[in-house]
Design a protein around this ligand. Structure first.
Ligand SMILES: Cc1cc2nc3c(=O)[nH]c(=O)nc-3n(C[C@H](O)[C@H](O)[C@H](O)COP(=O)(O)OP(=O)(O)OC[C@H]3O[C@@H](n4cnc5c(N)ncnc54)[C@H](O)[C@@H]3O)c2cc1C
Length: 434
């Protein structure tokens, strides 16, 4: 079968030779060719960690069964193609929640493991890998390994954040977190510049399990880094529960050019920044709080058929303030960027994965319409700031990082190569290591 599977930003455009839709009895083996193989979950990565050219994609969405759910202790075991949305639909009515969730509920559990995804509560709960109690790994060598924090430990550490390269994760067991109801208590606070952000954010992190800030990436001078901080926690028991109505918006077509340009961006950012904030707090359903973008189906189409890039970096605490300011200077000067600009600090909990992205420091994430060379030139400038600051880029959000920046950002990459399944590789891996 030829492929139309792509990743979320629709870049790079690659042609795997075949797509193999997995079933429960699947074992990666020499029968499945051509090599290399790589798992493809729901394609919510931006870039090429879930793609390869001329190889085979192992599509996991049919690995969609729940295996067990201990409702008393909140331990869930499910196949790796189950999406986070399907997990939440099961666990939330039973008083449980994912202890870590990215900004989309359309990622699969296998994808969440392979990128060791993080959420708004990293400073409190770490990343996805911190909550995995076990998983099964199927390798092309014929081995089936059960990996836990104390069994096959090195393979456990290599596979969490291992970009799908250690083999196929067939099921995952997660320790869930108790909640009272599906609602969140959320406060929002405007800040006028980066200095205010650092102060507000550090105070908020002391009190709130979830914090994240939107920033106006084009604001400069005294307003550089202005934005809104959203702090949240799961709501206490309520006497009155509001009714949640999901929105059904959709981007119906691919516009011929990106709808995100300097003019639309400046207008949007100015309006968004002036929105009424709620410093006293209010109730918000967990879906719009955690997954605001999921409300618009196919929102990635607003960038037109040329697609877009996301640039997500992390800078260590010692260089985060200066580095963030330099990055925002470069972005504002370029006039590129998008209304999706997010700033967040990670906590000090060390990630489990050898290649995990999340680490102590500050992460900045922005989308950029693909304007060809102009955008690539901007990224070179940003790369040099990240590199000087001792930072790293996030493979899950990458379609072009240079090899040197990957290797300096992931010093354990050579040790990691000992755990790669001999039949597995991705376009990303070939790009950054060969
Ligand atoms: C709107 C939006 C918001 C996002 N917000 C965040 C965020 O806040 N934090 C964050 O960390 N990420 C975020 N992401 C990125 C996303 O969570 C990750 O890229 C995630 O890995 C996507 O999961 P997927 O199932 O779509 O996997 P894919 O994109 O299909 O694959 C991702 C990786 O997982 C591997 N993989 C998938 N299934 C398996 C398996 N069964 N066994 C082995 N390897 C496997 C693939 O080979 C690939 O390397 C966001 C993405 C979107 C679109």
């Amino acid at each position: 079968m030829s492929s139309h599977l792509q990743s979320w930003n629709r870049l790079p455009k690659l042609n795997p030779e075949s797509i193999y839709a997995l079933n429960d009895y699947f074992v990666p083996s020499s029968d499945i060719t051509p090599y290399p193989l790589i798992a493809h979950g729901n394609g919510r990565s931006y870039g090429d960690v879930c793609l390869n050219d001329k190889g085979t994609l192992l599509h996991t969405l049919h690995l969609d069964r729940f295996i067990s759910f201990d409702r008393t202790n909140g331990i869930l075991r499910c196949e790796s193609g189950v999406t986070l949305q399907e997990v939440l639909n099961l666990i939330v009515p039973n008083g449980w929640f994912l202890p870590c969730t990215p900004g989309t509920q359309f990622a699969t559990v296998g994808g969440a493991v392979a990128n060791d995804v993080h959420g708004k509560n990293h400073h409190d709960q770490g990343s996805f890998g911190h909550h995995i109690t076990a998983f099964e790994l199927r390798r092309s060598t014929g081995e089936t390994l059960i990996c836990t924090p104390s069994q096959n430990t090195n393979m456990f550490k290599a596979t969490i954040g291992g970009l799908g390269l250690t083999g196929l994760v067939s099921w995952v067991e997660i320790q869930l977190m108790p909640i009272n109801n599906p609602w969140m208590w959320v406060e929002s606070h405007r800040f006028e510049n980066l200095d205010e952000f650092w102060h507000l954010n550090s105070e908020a992190e002391k009190q709130w399990p979830y914090t994240v800030s939107w920033i106006d990436c084009l604001a400069s001078g005294n307003s550089q880094g202005r934005g809104i901080l959203f702090a949240g926690q799961h709501a206490a028991n309520q006497n009155y529960m509001p009714v949640y109505k999901p929105s059904g918006k959709k981007i119906p077509i691919d516009p011929p050019i990106s709808l995100v340009n300097n003019l639309s961006l400046r207008g949007f950012n100015a309006i968004y920044y002036r929105q009424p904030v709620k410093p006293q707090g209010g109730l918000t359903h967990y879906i719009p709080y955690f997954y605001p973008l999921d409300a618009i189906e196919d929102w990635n189409r607003i960038y037109g058929h040329k697609g877009f890039y996301q640039y997500q970096c992390v800078l260590p605490p010692t260089s985060a303030k200066e580095g963030t300011s330099e990055l925002l200077d470069a972005i504002a000067q370029s006039g590129q960027g998008s209304f999706l600009a997010v700033l967040k600090t990670f906590g000090s909990l060390e990630s489990i994965g050898m290649l995990s992205f999340a680490r102590p420091g500050t992460t900045l994430a922005l989308d950029f319409p693909n304007r060809g060379q102009k955008t690539i030139e901007l990224f070179k400038r940003l790369d040099s700031i990240v590199s000087t600051a001792g930072g790293a880029l996030y493979p899950a959000k990458d379609a072009r990082m240079p090899s040197g920046l990957f290797k300096s950002g992931y010093p354990q990459w050579e040790e990691f190569t000992n755990y790669i399944d001999p039949a597995f590789s991705s376009h990303f891996w070939q790009r950054v290591t060969l």
